[in-house]
Design a protein around this ligand. Structure first.
Ligand code: ADP
Length: 476
C-alpha cells in the first residue's frame, strides 16, 4: 500500500507535542512492514533551525485558493525509509512558531492550513497515487472534504481511503464563517450535518464528516469522546459514526527513548543495571539548578503548559510536595503558567527547577534523572511521557483518564503488581495522596526495586500498534 501521513508536525523536523512523535515513528514502523510510507508537512522555520535541508522536488506549483492562484515549492527529504515532503510557502510557514505565539493563535490559521490541504492535493500528481490518506488533527481537516467532493471523479484519487486520527478533541480549528467561501467550501455545506459548529467553520468536524474512518490514540479516549464531558461538543456527531471509530494506542520509538542508547543523558543504563540513573539524577539537578540529594525523590514533568495538563493541581500542592521531594518542570505554553512556574522556582530555590522553553535534550535528562513523573491531566488522549518514563525506570504518577488509564496500573504493595500510581478525581487531595503513596514505596528499597522492574518489563513499542493501523487501512 501507499500511505500518505498528513500531519502538521513530525519529529525530528518540527515538534510541539505528542503528534510529532507519532508522525515521526508510525510511518517508519509501517515502512518496515513493507509498505510505502510518506509524510507531508509545512516547511516551518523550525525545520531549518533544526538543521534539516530538504532538496527541491518541484518548484512553483500552482494552487487555486481564496479566489486567486498561489504558488508553493515542494521539497523532499528521504529519512529512514520514509519520504518526507515539505510544503514551502514562506508567507505562511516561515514564522517563529507552528500554530501561534504564547499570546495566541496566528490570525490566518484558516488560510495557512486550508492552503496546506490544497497544496497536498496539488502534490499528488507529482508524488503519486495514494491508497490511504492518514490525516491527523484539525490542521488536516479540510483535506477529506476536498478529496471526497472536489476530486471524486479524479482517477488519481479514485478508491483512495481516508483515516482521520484525533489526537486531541479540544483543538478543533474553529474559524469565523467569513472564511468559508475563500476556502472553496460551498455554503450548502455550512450546516449542522456539514462543516458548521455553532455558526463557525470547524476543521475537525469537517475531517470527521468526510473521512471513511476515525480513530483516536487510546481505547479509553475513544470511549470518553462519546460523552459530553470529553467530546468537546462533537460527541453527538461521533456517536453517529461510532461503528467507524477506533482506538489505537500510540507506541514508543525506542530508538529515540531508550536510556541504554540515549545520547542526551549523563550516563547510559538499562534494565540489567540502573547504576547510571543516579548519575543522571545528579546531572539533572545541576542542569536545572536544584540541590542534589540522593534520598529525596525528584518529581519530573515535561509538558505543554495548558489547562489540559492539570498543572493548576501541581501549583496548588507544591508546598506539600516539597516536604519530601524536589520538583522539576520543563514546559512551554500559556504565558500565565510560564510566569507562575518561574515565580515558584524563585520562591523555592534549590528545590524547584523550572525551564520555560522547548528543549529536546533537557526532556531526555528529565526522563532519566527523575524518580517519578507527574501527569495529573484533566484529560489525556494517549500521553507519551508515562510510557517513556517506564523505560527510564521513572515511576509515573498519573490521573486515571484516557491513555494514562489504559497504560498505567496502580502499584499494589501487597501483590507487588502495577507499574505506577493512579488517582481518579482531579482534586488536590487525590493527587497528593497518589504522590504520598509513591513516596512511601520509594522509601522501601525492596518494594521500589520490584516496582521499577515492573516498569521496565512493559513494552509499548510501535510494532503492535502499527499492525493495528495496517489492519484498519486494509479494512477500509
Ligand atoms: P501533548 O501532545 O498533549 O502535548 P503527549 O504526552 O502526547 O502530550 O506528548 C508530549 C510530547 O512533547 C512528549 O514527547 C514530550 O516529551 C514533549 N514535550 C512537551 N513539552 C516539551 C518541552 N517544553 N520541551 C521538550 N519536549 C516537550
Amino acid at each position: 500500500m501507499n500511505i500518505l501521513f498528513v500531519s502538521p508536525e513530525v519529529f525530528p523536523f518540527a515538534k510541539t507535542g505528542g503528534l510529532a512523535d507519532v508522525a515521526g515513528a508510525l510511518p517508519e514502523a509501517i515502512a518496515r512492514k513493507g509498505h510505502k510510507a510518506s509524510v507531508i508537512l509545512p516547511y516551518y522555520q523550525l525545520v531549518k533551525k533544526n538543521g534539516f535541508k530538504p532538496v527541491m522536488f518541484k518548484k512553483n506549483i500552482s494552487v487555486r485558493i481564496n479566489n486567486r492562484d498561489e504558488i508553493f515549492n515542494l521539497l523532499l527529504l528521504k529519512h529512514n525509509e520514509v519520504d518526507v515532503y515539505f510544503i514551502e510557502k514562506n508567507e505562511y510557514y516561515d514564522r517563529e512558531f507552528l500554530y501561534g505565539t504564547p499570546q495566541g493563535d496566528y490570525a490566518d490559521n484558516a488560510f495557512r492550513f486550508g492552503f496546506y490541504a490544497k497544496a497536498i492535493l496539488a502534490s499528488i500528481p507529482l508524488i503519486g497515487r495514494q491508497d490511504v490518506f492518514h490525516c491527523n488533527d484539525w490542521q488536516s481537516g479540510l483535506l477529506p472534504l476536498y478529496i471526497k467532493l472536489h476530486h471524486k471523479d479524479d482517477p488519481l484519487f479514485r478508491g483512495a481511503k481516508i483515516l482521520y486520527t484525533i489526537h486531541n478533541m479540544a483543538y478543533q480549528g474553529l474559524f469565523m464563517k467569513d472564511v468559508v467561501p475563500y476556502l472553496d467550501i460551498s455554503w450548502d455545506l455550512f450546516n449542522q450535518a456539514g462543516v458548521e459548529f455553532w455558526d463557525k467553520l470547524s476543521f475537525m468536524k469537517t475531517g470527521i464528516v468526510f473521512s471513511d474512518a476515525i480513530s483516536t490514540v487510546s481505547r479509553g479516549y475513544a470511549k470518553e469522546i462519546l460523552t459530553p464531558e470529553f467530546g468537546c461538543g462533537l460527541d453527538g456527531l461521533l456517536k453517529t459514526r461510532e461503528k467507524d471509530l477506533y482506538g489505537i494506542i500510540n507506541g514508543v520509538d525506542y530508538s529515540v527513548w531508550n536510556p541504554g542508547t540515549d545520547r542526551f543523558i549523563a550516563k547510559k543504563y538499562d534494565e540489567n543495571s540502573l547504576k547510571g540513573k543516579m548519575e543522571c539524577k545528579k546531572d539533572l539537578a545541576d542542569a536545572i539548578g536544584i540541590k542534589f540529594d540522593a534520598k529525596r525523590p525528584i518529581l519530573g514533568m515535561i509538558t505543554r503548559l495548558a489547562e489540559q495538563k492539570g498543572i493548576d493541581l501541581v501549583v496548588n500542592i507544591m508546598k506539600d510536595i516539597l516536604k519530601d521531594c524536589n520538583f522539576v518542570i520543563l514546559g512551554f505554553g500559556e504565558e500565565k503558567y510560564n510566569n507562575i512556574f518561574q515565580d515558584l522556582a524563585k520562591k523555592y530555590k534549590g528545590k524547584v527547577g523550572v525551564s520555560i522553553k522547548f528543549d529536546n535534550a533537557l526532556s531526555h535528562k528529565i526522563e532519566a534523572g527523575s524518580d517519578m513523573f507527574l501527569m495529573p491531566s484533566r484529560y489525556e488522549p494517549c500521553g507519551l511521557n508515562q510510557m517513556y518514563s517506564l523505560k527510564y525506570a521513572t515511576v509515573p504518577v498519573v490521573r486515571a483518564v484516557g491513555g494514562l488509564d489504559d497504560t498505567i496500573q496502580n502499584f499494589n504493595p501487597v501483590t507487588k503488581k502495577g507499574n505506577g500510581f493512579k488517582f481518579k478525581d482531579a482534586t488536590n487531595e487525590a493527587f497528593l495522596g497518589a504522590i504520598k503513596d509513591a513516596v512511601a514505596v520509594f522509601k522501601n528499597k525492596k518494594l521500589w526495586d520490584g516496582l521499577l522492574k515492573n516498569c521496565l518489563t512493559c513494552d509499548y513499542s510501535w510494532e503492535s500498534s502499527a499492525e493495528q493501523y495496517l489492519k484498519l487501512y486494509k479494512n477500509l
